[in-house]
Design a protein. Sequence first.
Length: 102
Amino acid sequence: MFVISMVAVAIYYTLMLLHYIEGADFMYIMFIMLFFVYNPISGHWLMALPFSIFFAACTGIAGIWILIYNQIKHKKISFDIDGHVPMMFVVSAALILTVMLA
């Protein structure tokens, strides 16, 4: 079980090195991958895969909202809101969805 979590951490670490996920966002994801192996509500194991799927979905939805915001506010197409977009809300939403639905 922990090998799959470590593979997920390695993937997210690579994303951190490529500057897609940075700082506290990466630390939050890493701790979720390492310590959230067992879902206490449903009793399922191997929560790294559902979390990654929900995280990708939440990131896609957040990206669409950022594009809409920038198109309305700044009249440009960009994934940046004033320099940096914190992903803590997206990661938290993915964690809540994983706990409740997976």
